[in-house]
Structures are given as C-alpha cells and as structure tokens.
Design a protein around this ligand. Sequence first.
Ligand code: FAD
Length: 334
Amino acid sequence: TQLRISQPTIVHQSALARLLSTLAVLEQRDGKLSVPSLSTVAAGQKLGGSVTAFVAGGGAKAVADEAAKAEGIEKVVYVENGAYDRGLPENWAPLLVENIKKGGFTHVVAPHGAFGKSLMPRVAALLDTQQISDVTGIESEDTFVRPIYAGNAILTVQSTDSTKVLTVRGTAFAAPKTEGGSAAVEEGVDPNVESPTEWVSEDLAKSDRPDLASAEKVVSGGRGLKSKEEFDRLMPPLADALGAAIGASRAAVDSGFADNSLQVGQTGKNVAPQLYLCAGISGAIQHLAGMKDSKVIAAINKDPEAPIFQVADVGLVGDLFQKVPELTEKLQKQ
Ligand code: FAD
C-alpha cells in the first residue's frame, strides 16, 4: 500500500534559501563509537548536502576523532561532558537544539533505537516541527518513506518543516566505511542545562554472541519451543554452529523462554541479517515487522499453513525437536 501525505506546515522563505546540511547524531558507549549509529551518516549522504556528525559525553573528543575517519563526514562536532554519557533525553534535547541552531542545519537524523526514539520527539517539540520516525527510504530532501501499521503499509510523507527531524532505521542505511575519511573535528556548544533526570544504574544482558540488531546471521525461536529448558537446549548450539545471534518471538519472551532483549518484531528489535533462521514461530505480522527485510529467511514449522512460509525463502515442514538437532549436527560437522 502506498499512501502519500503532505504535512500542512508553513514554509519559511528564509528556510528555502538555506543550503541543505544534515546533523547526524552518533551514539557512543564507554568512549567507543557505536558503528551501527553511522547509519545516520549514510542517510545524510542520501539527502545530499554536507553531513556533520555529532557526539557528546565524557571522552567525546576521542570518539569524535574516531568518527572523523568514517567516510562521508565533513565535520564532527563534539561536546565533552559526562552528563551526556548515558543518552538521557532530558539532558540531550537542549544540547542538540543548541547545536542545531548554531549550525543552521536543515536536517537532523538520529538512529531509530531507544536513544533516538526518546530524544528526537523532544528535539522536534523544542524546534516546533514534526518528527518523522523510522525512515526506511529517502526520496528527496523533503520526502521520506516509512512503514506504518506494523509494516503492513508504506507511507510516503512530505514535510515542509524548515528543519526536518528524522529517526532512521539502521538496517535500511548501510553504515559507511570507518576508514578513509578525514573530517574536521570541532567543539560544539554545551548549554549545561540543569536536568531533573539522573542516571542511576543499568542492568545489561551480557552475551559473547554477535549483537542481535547488527548480526549477519540470526536464529530465532518461538512458542513452538515449548519451554525455557528446550529453548536453552536447542537454540544456543544452533546459533554457535552458525556463528549467529539469538532472537525470539514475543510469545517466547512472554512465556519466559528467552530474555526481553532478544525479542524481534514491532515491539522488539528490527533485524535485517543475511540469514534469519526461525523455528516454532508462526509469522504474526508483528513479528514479521521486525525481520522481513532479512536477505534469506528460513523457517522450520510443523504447520504447512503457518504464515511464516509466505515470507520464507526456504521452508522446512517438520517437528523442530527433530529438525533443529539434525541441522545443528550437520552444521557442526561442516
Ligand atoms: P505462536 O503464534 O503460538 O506460534 C508457534 C508456532 O510454532 C506455530 O506456528 C506452530 O505451528 C509452531 N510449532 C509448535 N510446535 C512445533 C514443533 N514441535 N515443531 C515445529 N513447529 C512447531 N510478536 C513478536 O514476535 N514480536 C513483537 O515485537 C510483537 N509485538 C506485538 C505488538 C502488539 C501490539 C501485539 C498485539 C502483538 C505483538 N506480538 C509480537 C505478538 C504476535 O502477535 C504473536 O502473538 C507472536 O509473534 C507469536 O509468537 P510465536 O510465533 O512464537 O507463537
């Protein structure tokens, strides 16, 4: 389905005269650049015009120096202040707005993850513009493509806002090479706004496996696994044999088979690996919304009518308790 909507906002004549320039928001953790967040730079390049990257936190200068080597960035603006370390949107929104105003950017792009999703609506509100979420395609500098209704319809949206505030789906914009660039590095403005929010602590799920959101291969288990014991018995050996990350359906997560952080789908993670191999997953639209852009989809399900087979490139109708160990054994022997 293709819908086309124009947002009825007033165009400021001065905005038309401005040269197209994008501020690409990058993420960092513990002084290390998040390479997947460079997808914002790729989106900026697609928009045309110059791309300035933005990074903030304790050790931001070192992250800026690292980002400056990525291809396609003209300048990296950094703000060195530990208050921005954990990406708290209450702290970040005034910071970003100050730097947008200073640079006179026409477009601001953040990754469509937890950070970007909580930050950019605040930024858009402060700038009095509309935010455009989960952009998967750029048709022109003012026309963007994004999924709606859990990916069941594709909306083409045209914005006349003078500053366009976007979050982009990382899997739709391949991050540029992290070597070969030589961007200028410059200090940004720090409004040092007093924030009512304080970062207290976090409890992160640790894994030696590839990161689910950016893995080349993902094996995913659903309610068909029947229990946590069976999930833990069957899925990790299959993942290890393939060098894959582990994912799960919401039903598997809600039933306690797998950790929340492994959920793939509308209310979980978006993945687009080279291979998405799933077992005991029916293929509900909310699950498909998070994985149907995978290059090759392989499914094991005992029900030949399961909707997952409508999107699968390779399907195996059978009992997963038999097929998964068989497949794992064959892969281990390779
Ligand atoms: P089921 O639908 O129960 O499917 C289990 C499958 O396993 C069946 O197809 C069955 O044939 C097969 N099976 C059973 N036993 C075997 C066996 N021995 N061998 C082989 N196959 C077997 N879901 C998500 O996954 N991610 C989301 O982000 C998400 N967000 C949601 C948001 C909203 C607002 C709503 C309303 C729902 C959301 N859901 C999401 C839930 C979604 O609608 C489905 O309920 C869920 O995806 C079903 O998970 P499942 O396929 O594991 O379970």
